[in-house]
Design a protein around this ligand. Structure first.
Ligand code: 6A9
Length: 811
C-alpha cells in the first residue's frame, strides 16, 4: 500500500526546499524532522489542521456541517471565524510535544466536536500522529442530528498522494487509506477509519440512495495548482453544488433527496491527485480516527494506541499543569483550575507554522520633516513582495487574527516558556530569523495568500521604518533567569538541551520526552544559543536606536543623557499603531519633536536585556556602553517626561511657539516606567503613579486598570480601542512589577503597593473568569464601565496571561 518510489526528481535533497531567505536562524528540515515539534495543529486559523514545520509539505484539515436541512451546508466549518455561531472553542488540555484535546461548541451546527490529537515518537521522520474526531449533539438538539465531516490531505511542493477506499480495518469496512511520500517525510500513510460500530450512518429511503452508498465514506481527489490548497473549502463547495444541481435536474424541487444524501462527494476524481478529501456522514453521536503512520516509525499508529495515548496525555497534562501553574488562593478552587487549564492550552494550541511572501514598503516615508504625517498619509505605498519566509509563532486570536504579531508574542512566550522553555526558544529563534540586514522586523507577519486573505488591504503592507514594542526581550530575560536559577540552586535543572546541537544555527536541540519536563541538561548549549542570538539582538537594538530616535534639541538637558529620547514612527493624528496602543491620545497634530514615554521605557528594557545577554556571552565592551545608555534612559525618564504639575509621566512635543511642552493624557503610558520596572522603589514619583492607578476617577475600576483616565477628554471617545477599555497584558505588567519590585521594599509606598497588588489581582482574575463563564470565551479587552468582554472573541493570546496572575508566577 505504500506508494512506490517515485522518480529521482522527487528525491531532491531536503536542503533544496529550504528558503534561502530564512537561513539565518531557521532550522534545517532534518533537524525539524528529528524533533518532537515537527507535527502539530500548526494551522491555528482552522478549527483543526495538522501540518509539519516544513515550508511546503503535507497539509491537512477538517470541515463539517449539519445536514438536517439544505441551509447549513453553505456555512461548512473550516477556518475559525468570528461570526460563526460557536459558543467557545479551543484546546482544553494541550502539550506541544505530545498532544491534547480540543472542544468546539458548535451551536450553529447543533454538534459539539472534539479533536483528540496525539503524537508518537519513532523513526527518523518525526514519528506518527493521530486524531480522534468525536461529535455529540449539543444540549437541546435532537439526538439524531445529522452531521457530515470532511477530512482532507493535500500536498504542497514535491511528492504524491494516492487514495484507496473501502478497505477493512479490524473487520470493519469503510476505512480509507491515503498513501503518500514526500522528499522530507518519506513514505507515509493516512488511514481514516470508520470508527466503532456504535456509529450510525443515515439510512436514505429516497430512490437516489441506490446510486451512491453513503453508508460509509465518500471521497474526491483532484490535482490542485500551487498555492490553491488553502482554498480547499471552495473546492468542496463547488463539488457539492454541482451535486445539488444535478439532483434538482433529475428529481425536480419537489422530490429532492434528503440533504444527507445530496451533500456528498462524488467518489470520483483523481485518486492520485495532490488533494484527497474523505467524507463521512453520521446520525447522532459519532467518532472516528485519522491515523498518520510514517514508514520510518517502528510501529503503525492504531486506534487502540491512539485511545491509550489520549488518556496518558490527559493525566500527564493535569499533573504538570499543577506543577507549572500552582494556582494560589483564592483561585485554587476546581472551577478556576479548569478555566486556567483551558486558557493556557488554547494559547499553546494556537501556535502555528506559517510560510509565504510578505508585502513590504522600503521607500522610507520622510517622517523627519514638517507636516510629515500629512504627506505620508497621501503618499501611495510602494509595496514589494519579499520572501518567502517562515515563522513559528503563537497567535492572538485564532478566529480573528490567526497570525504572528511582534509585540503580542513576547507576552505569549511568558506562559509558554514556563511550560516548555525549549519551545519558547524555538519561537524566539524563529522571530529573530526574520530580522533583516538593517535590524528591522515587521510588526504583523502576514505570510502567504492564506494569511493575506484574512487581512483588509490597508493593513497588509509592512513598513521598514515602523517599530512595535520589543516584548521579545521579556522572553529572553525569562530564559536567562531560568538559566541562572538552575545554576544557583543546582537542584532539579529547569530545562533541557540535547545532543550537542544547541538550539542555535544547527537546531535539533529539542528534547523528545512525552511532556517536556522543562530542564536543561546541557547548560553549555544555552550559551551557544545566546551566542547565536546576540549579534541579531544587537542589530535589532541598533535599528531601534537609529530609526526611532527622538529629536531632543529643544530640551535643554545635560550632555550625557541628551541622546536618549525616542519617537514612534508611523503616527497619524489619531493613531500610533506602531506603539501597540493604537488610538491612545498623543500630541496633536503629530510633530517631529515629539518624545514618547512608553517608547523610552521600552528602550530601557531593551538596553537592559541586551546588557544582560552581553554579560553572558562575554562582550565586555558592549556591557560598559550599554550600562551608560541604560543609566541615561533611566535619568531621562524623569528629566524629559516627568511633569511636576500633573504629577505624572507624559509624552512631550514642541508647541506652536517652538517651546518644548508635555502632552499629558493620563493612562497606560503614564505607568510605563513602573510597568517595565525602571522606577526605583525609592523614587519620589512612585507615590503619585500609584495614586493614579488606584483612583476610581482615573484608572481604577473593579475589573482592572483602564487604559485611559476617566478624566481625560478622549476617554471612551472615537474608536475607543485604547481609550478606556481594560487590557490584560498591561494588568500583567503592573502586577508583575508591583510583586517583584515594590511590595517587598520597605518605604512610604510599600503598603499602598501591596494593597493595589492584592485588589488588582483579585479584580482582574475574577472578571476574566466571570466573563468566560458567562460567554464561554476569553475576550480581547474588557469594558471600562461594566467589565464585559468586547472586541475580538476567543482572544486566547495575551488574555491567557491571567493564568500566571492566578499562579503568581511572574517573569
Ligand atoms: C485587523 C481585521 C477580518 C490590535 O493583537 C494584535 C494587535 C495588537 O498587537 C495591538 O496592540 N491588535 C492591538 O491594538 C489586533 C490588530 C488586528 C489588525 C488587523 C484585521 C480582520 O478582519
Amino acid at each position: 500500500l505504500w506508494v512506490a518510489a517515485a522518480g529521482s526528481a522527487l528525491l531532491a535533497s531536503a536542503s533544496e526546499t529550504v528558503d534561502q531567505s530564512t537561513l539565518a536562524l531557521e532550522n534545517a528540515i532534518t533537524a525539524a524532522s528529528n524533533s518532537s515539534l515537527l507535527w502539530g495543529p500548526y494551522r491555528p486559523g482552522l478549527y483543526f489542521g495538522v501540518r509539519p514545520r516544513i515550508p511546503k509539505s503535507l497539509m491537512t484539515g477538517l470541515m463539517w456541517a449539519n445536514v438536517d436541512d439544505y441551509a447549513h451546508f453553505k456555512d461548512l466549518r473550516h477556518s475559525a471565524e468570528q461570526g460563526d455561531d460557536v459558543r467557545g472553542f479551543g484546546w482544553v488540555e494541550y502539550d506541544a510535544r505530545s498532544g491534547g484535546r480540543q472542544v468546539i461548541n458548535d451551536v450553529g451546527m447543533s454538534v459539539k466536536i472534539e479533536t483528540e490529537f496525539v503524537k508518537v515518537e519513532g523513526g527518523d521522520k518525526g514519528g506518527n500522529w493521530g486524531v480522534r474526531i468525536r461529535g455529540t449533539p449539543i444540549e437541546g438538539a435532537p439526538e439524531d442530528v445529522r452531521t457530515t465531516l470532511i477530512f482532507y490531505t493535500g500536498l504542497e511542493g514535491q511528492g504524491q498522494l494516492h487514495l484507496d477506499s473501502d478497505l477493512e480495518t479490524d473487520g470493519i469496512e469503510g476505512t480509507v487509506l491515503i498513501g503518500g511520500r514526500t522528499p522530507d517525510l518519506g513514505d507515509f500513510k493516512v488511514e481514516i477509519t470508520d470508527g466503532p460500530k456504535t456509529n450510525v450512518h443515515p439510512v436514505i429511503n429516497h430512490d437516489a440512495a441506490a446510486e451512491k452508498d453513503i453508508q460509509k465514506t465518500q471521497y474526491v481527489g483532484a490535482n490542485l495548482m500551487e498555492d490553491t490548497l488553502w482554498r480547499a473549502k471552495d473546492l468542496i463547495l463547488q463539488q457539492i453544488s454541482a451535486a445539488v444541481q444535478s439532483a434538482s435536474q433529475k428529481y425536480g424541487e419537489n422530490d429532492m433527496p434528503p440533504p444527507a444524501q445530496i451533500f456528498t462527494l462524488p467518489n470520483t476524481g483523481v485518486v492520485s491527485g495532490n488533494f484527497q478529501a474523505v467524507q463521512k456522514t453520521f446520525e447522532g453521536s459519532f467518532e472516528f480516527d485519522v491515523l498518520y503512520t510514517s514508514r520510518s516509525a517502528p510501529q503503525a499508529m492504531t486506534s487502540g494506541g491512539l485511545g491509550e495515548r489520549i488518556e496518558e496525555i490527559k493525566t500527564a497534562f493535569r499533573a504538570r499543569f499543577d506543577e507549572v501553574f500552582p494556582l494560589k488562593a483564592p483561585f485554587d478552587k476546581e472551577e478556576y483550575v479548569s478555566f486556567a487549564r483551558e486558557l493556557f492550552s488554547s494559547l499553546l494550541g494556537g501556535v502555528g507554522y506559517f510560510h509565504g511572501t510578505s508585502l513590504v514598503d522600503r521607500t522610507h516615508h520622510d517622517e523627519d520633516s514638517e507636516n510629515f504625517w500629512e504627506s505620508s498619509l497621501s503618499t501611495p505605498r510602494s509595496p514589494q513582495e519579499e520572501g518567502p519566509t517562515t515563522l513559528f509563532t503563537a497567535t492572538p486570536s485564532r478566529c480573528f487574527f490567526p497570525r504572528g504579531f511582534y509585540w503580542d508574542e513576547g507576552f505569549h512566550l511568558l506562559p509558554i516558556g514556563l511550560w516548555d522553555n525549549d519551545l519558547s526558544l524555538e519561537i524566539v529563534k524563529s522571530w529573530f530569523g526574520l530580522v533583516d540586514e538593517d535590524g528591522w522586523v515587521g510588526r504583523e507577519q502576514i505570510l502567504g495568500s492564506e494569511a493575506r486573505s484574512r487581512v483588509p488591504a490597508d493593513f497588509v503592507v509592512q513598513e521598514t521604518r515602523y517599530a512595535n514594542p520589543p516584548t521579545l526581550m521579556l522572553a529572553v530575560v525569562a530564559f536567562i533567569e531560568r538559566l541562572d536559577q538552575q545554576a544557583n540552586v543546582g537542584s532539579e535543572p529547569s530545562f533541557n538541551f540535547q545532543d550537542g546541537n544547541g538550539i542555535g544555527l544547527s537546531g535539533g536541540g529539542i528534547e523528545n520526552e512525552m511532556l517536556s519536563s522543562a530542564h536543561i541538561e546541557h547548560p553549555t548549549l544555552a550559551t551557544t544559543y545566546l551566542n547565536d542570538l546576540y549579534p541579531i539582538l544587537k542589530r535589532h537594538y541598533d535599528w531601534f536606536r537609529r530609526t526611532q530616535a527622538g529629536d531632543i534639541k529643544a530640551w535643554d538637558r545635560e550632555a550625557f543623557s541628551m541622546k536618549e529620547g525616542y519617537r514612534w514612527r508611523g503616527r497619524t493624528p489619531d493613531h500610533c499603531l506602531t506603539s501597540g496602543l493604537d488610538d491612545y491620545p498623543r500630541a496633536r497634530p503629530p510633530h517631529t519633536g515629539e518624545l514618547h514615554v512608553d517608547l523610552l521605557s521600552w528602550m530601557g528594557l531593551m538596553t537592559k536585556t541586551l546588557r544582560v545577554v552581553a554579560e553572558k556571552v562575554g562582550e565586555e565592551d558592549d556591557v560598559a556602553e550599554l550600562k551608560r545608555v541604560e543609566e541615561a534612559i533611566i535619568r531621562n525618564i524623569d528629566d524629559l517626561h516627568w511633569n511636576e504639575e500633573e504629577q505624572a509621566y507624559c509624552d512631550a512635543t514642541i508647541d506652536e511657539y517652538e517651546e518644548s511642552v508635555h502632552v499629558c493624557h493620563k493612562g497606560y503610558i503614564s505607568l510605563f516606567p513602573i510597568l517595565l520596572g525602571l522606577l526605583s522603589p525609592e523614587s519620589p514619583h512612585l507615590g503619585a503613579v500609584l495614586d493614579l492607578m488606584r483612583d476610581p476617577e482615573e484608572l481604577w475600576s473593579p475589573w482592572g486598570l483602564r487604559s485611559l483616565s476617566k478624566k481625560d477628554e478622549y476617554y471612551g471617545q472615537g474608536e475607543n480601542y485604547w481609550r478606556g477599555p481594560i487590557w490584560i497584558p498591561i494588568q500583567y505588567l503592573a502586577l508583575s512589577s508591583l510583586y517583584k519590585n515594590y511590595i517587598n521594599t520597605p518605604g512610604p509606598n510599600q503598603e499602598k503597593a501591596r494593597e493595589i497588588y492584592t485588589e488588582l489581582r483579585q479584580n482582574v482574575v475574577e472578571n476574566v473568569f466571570n466573563e468566560w463563564k458567562r460567554t464561554g470565551i476569553a475576550w480581547e479587552q474588557y469594558d471600562r464601565e461594566t467589565g464585559e468582554g468586547s472586541r475580538a472573541k476567543g482572544f486566547t493570546g495575551w488574555t491567557s496571561m491571567v493564568v500566571m496572575i492566578m499562579a503568581e508566577t511572574y517573569k
